[in-house]
Design a protein around this ligand. Structure first.
Ligand SMILES: C[S@@+](CC[C@H](N)C(=O)[O-])C[C@H]1O[C@@H](n2cnc3c(N)ncnc32)[C@H](O)[C@@H]1O
Length: 379
């Protein structure tokens, strides 16, 4: 068929595109499109001889009947794309001033549907990077509200918000990877790992906390049939290698460490508890032992994240974050990022806000409103 004949068929018989606004979707709604047909139509557009012909052929692409998808991604039969992005991309092609520009955008679109390119440490398809706008790439995290869905709750004093392990696992693990959390607490990491299809192993010093957490993690759905392992133990002395061997785990691909911020919250009276160390040096030593142990089972080139805040003692700011960071850098790690995260005000603190303001003004300091997520990569 000649280009002009094709033009006649495609242009003449084309039904006017129906407005997708009426389907009741929002910009983030995922649409599923039949892959073979879509690629065939896009290739057809590429063969256009003029920009007008390209625009006409594009009408057929617009008319493809989308279904509702789950999350953006590609399978052999279907490509799933966010409604808003899909329309922006079609508009960009349609509004191209020249055939050359239009073909450039078309080629980029075809590539994004046909190819998968991922970093070695995640499932993020870089060919479709624009669709991951729910992943954070800035070093300032302002988390307004805790995710309380499913088994997540804020009941455990000193637990972190689920959005932290969620972001870390999406960026730094692949489906089926193993995640290690040596300060398990209420199990936020393990609950999130189940949702994301990551296996996870958590170690918690307090027997009662470990038991309660195990029960909670079991109550969380396990749609991807991953393994969740909870062990009671002292992470500063446990042999992680033999612990992993007991569960036939060759290595872990991400470690998420959320230790006590020294004695800010006393988690237990147990002498091994990092919140129970006599001074800051002992705390840093104990924490460094945990990192050294974890490092032995962390796969090379994979990541270790430390979530930690500073403390104030004897009229001085004690930079627990930077003190521990320095020690980790002396091990086999390189620093990839220092993220500053806003600090949730606990109910107790909120009622004391005015008192803290007074103390800050009188004592010449600033009230803590942030903590850190240090991100390291094992060399
Ligand atoms: C800040 S909390 C972690 C909270 C956790 N991220 C969550 O979301 O529930 C620190 C936890 O580490 C535990 N812990 C303290 N020292 C430990 C040690 N030496 N080995 C293992 N766990 C320890 C504490 O009992 C506490 O549950």
């Amino acid at each position: 068929m000649t280009p002009s004949a094709k033009r006649g068929v495609l242009g003449g018989d084309a039904v006017p595109p129906r407005s997708l606004d009426i389907v009741g979707l929002n910009v983030d709604s995922p649409l599923s499109l039949p892959k073979d047909r879509l690629l065939q139509l896009l290739q057809g557009c590429l063969e256009s001889q003029t920009i007008e012909e390209l625009r006409t052929r594009l009408l057929l692409v617009k008319e493809l009947q989308p279904g509702r998808g789950k999350r953006a991604g590609n399978t052999p039969e279907v490509v799933t794309v966010k409604f808003g992005l899909w329309h922006d991309q079609l508009r960009q092609i349609r509004e191209s001033k020249s055939l050359e520009r239009g073909r450039h955008y078309l080629k980029r679109m075809i590539k994004s549907f046909d190819e998968v390119k991922t970093p070695s440490f995640s499932d993020i398809n870089l060919c479709r990077w624009q669709e991951y706008d729910d992943l954070w790439t800035d070093s300032l995290w302002n988390i307004e509200r805790r995710d309380r869905s499913g088994q997540h709750s804020g009941h455990y004093w000193g637990n972190f918000v689920p959005q932290i392990p969620h972001q870390l696992m999406r960026r730094f693990t692949k489906a089926g990877d193993w995640v290690l959390d040596p300060f398990l607490g209420s199990g936020t990491t393990l609950i999130e790992a189940r949702r994301l299809g990551r296996n996870a192993l958590g170690v918690e010093l307090q027997e009662s906390v470990a038991q309660e957490t195990w029960a909670r993690v079991q109550r969380e759905d396990n749609p991807h049939k991953v393994q969740s392992v909870v062990r009671q133990g002292d992470s500063s002395s446990v042999d992680f290698r033999s612990l992993l061997d007991q569960h036939q785990i060759p290595s872990v691909q991400l470690a998420v460490l959320h230790p006590p911020y020294h004695d800010i919250i006393r988690f237990s009276d147990q002498p091994e508890c990092l919140s129970n160390q006599g001074d800051v040096n002992a705390f840093v030593e104990g924490f460094t032992r945990v990192v050294a142990g974890v490092s032995k089972v962390l796969q090379k080139k994979r990541h270790l994240a430390v979530v930690i805040g500073d403390k104030y003692a004897g009229s001085e700011w004690v930079p627990l974050g930077f003190l521990t960071m320095q020690r980790i850098l002396e091990l086999d790690f390189s620093l990839k990022s220092i993220v500053v995260k806003n600090f949730e005000e606990t109910l107790g603190k909120r009622s004391q806000r005015e008192l803290w303001r007074y103390r800050a003004l009188a004592g010449g300091f600033y009230v803590f409103k942030h903590e850190y997520v240090f991100l390291f990569q094992k060399k």
